[in-house]
Structures are given as structure tokens and as C-alpha cells.
Design a protein around this ligand. Structure first.
Ligand code: HEM
Length: 157
């Protein structure tokens, strides 16, 4: 693999991470608090569903870009052995977190999460949005820790 391919993979990896985690930060810190304050519960549910539906596709594309570019780099830099060494814990953190999102966005969402949450939102939008905000905070904080771990790991801190 040429150095150019690895450089492009690294650039795409970081751009994917920015769009994915940055988008999640925007949903958590801006969209959800605004949706929760809308007075009418039907509008609240509707606004949230439209925004989330649109962002879900962006997040799916970003997750695929991050996964493919990460695999290209792991292969190109010959890092597979490091995945099973204690010193490569940050590689496991990235890959593990990626798998969690892959399962949420590509398996749970289309299979049952979207339908179940939509029902919850129409039944009790107050509680549904509170639950969702908490879940997004957890996902966002863990994601930021994984980014910090990746940067620290790559630079040998
Ligand atoms: C299948 C999943 C993933 C794989 C295989 C993977 C693999 C890699 C590899 C091989 C590198 C470069 C290591 C080096 O230069 O020695 C890297 C860099 C990086 N990854 Fe991942 N990654 C994955 C997912 C993620 C996720 C989910 C995040 C963030 C939440 C992430 C954030 C980063 C960051 C920020 C860097 C750059 C660190 C730097 O250059 O300072 N990666 N990743």
C-alpha cells in the first residue's frame, strides 16, 4: 500500500469522525434541548423524527467511511497484531465503539428501534425525549473519550 493511500485514508478517517461525532454533539447539545421545549407534543415528535431521520443517513455514511479507512490504515501500517496487545488498547477502543454504532445504526434502528421509539414518542414525548437526551449524552461522552484515546494512542502519549 502506498503512503498516498494511507494519507488519504487518514484524512477520510478524521473527516468521517468529525461529521459523525460533531453531528452527534449538535443533536445532543442543540436539537434535543430545542425539541424538548416545543409546547405542542405532536410538533415536538414530528420535528425530532424529521431531523433524526435525516441525520441517521449522514451518520451511517460517516460510520462506513470511518470503518473502511480505519481498516485500510490498520492493514497498511501492519497494526493487526497490536489489537491483541495491551499497548494497543486504543485500537480496540476505536474498533469496539465502531461496532456499537454499526449495530445501532444498521441493525437495531431499521429492525425495531425506530418503530419502538416512534411509538414511545407519540405516547409520552416528554419522557421519550428525556430518555433520548440521556442516551445521547452517554454516547457523546464515550465517543469523545474514544477520540482522545485514539489521538493519545497514535502519538504514544
Ligand atoms: C473499525 C473501526 C476503526 C479502525 C479499524 C480504526 C483504525 C485506526 C488506525 C489504524 C488509525 C491510525 C493509527 C496510526 O496512525 O498508527 C486511526 C486513527 C484515528 N482514529 Fe480510528 N479506527 C476505527 C474507528 C474509529 C472511531 C470510531 C473513532 C472515533 C470515535 C476513531 C478515531 C480516530 C482518530 C481521532 C484517529 C487519529 C489520531 C491521530 O492521528 O492523532 N477511529 N484509527
Amino acid at each position: 500500500m502506498t503512503l498516498d493511500t494511507l494519507a488519504i485514508a487518514r484524512i477520510l478517517h478524521i473527516l468521517g469522525v468529525i461529521i459523525w461525532i460533531g453531528g452527534m454533539a449538535f443533536v445532543t447539545l442543540v436539537v434535543l434541548p430545542i425539541a424538548a421545549k416545543l409546547p405542542d407534543s405532536e410538533t415536538r415528535a414530528d420535528m425530532f423524527e424529521r431531523l433524526e431521520r435525516r441525520f441517521a443517513w449522514i451518520a451511517r455514511a460517516a460510520v462506513l467511511v470511518v470503518g473502511i479507512s480505519g481498516t485500510v490504515m490498520a492493514d497498511g501500517y501492519g497494526l493487526w497484531a497490536q489489537f491483541i496487545q495491551a499497548s494497543g488498547w486504543w485500537l480496540d477502543a476505536m474498533a469496539g465503539w465502531w461496532i456499537v454504532f454499526f449495530l445501532i445504526l444498521f441493525v437495531a434502528e431499521p429492525l425495531f428501534l425506530h418503530r419502538r421509539f416512534s411509538q414511545f414518542l407519540r405516547r409520552d414525548s416528554d419522557r421519550a425525549l428525556k430518555f433520548l437526551t440521556r442516551a445521547h449524552w452517554v454516547l457523546l461522552l464515550v465517543s469523545l473519550c474514544v477520540v482522545a484515546a485514539a489521538v493519545a494512542g497514535v502519538h504514544g502519549y
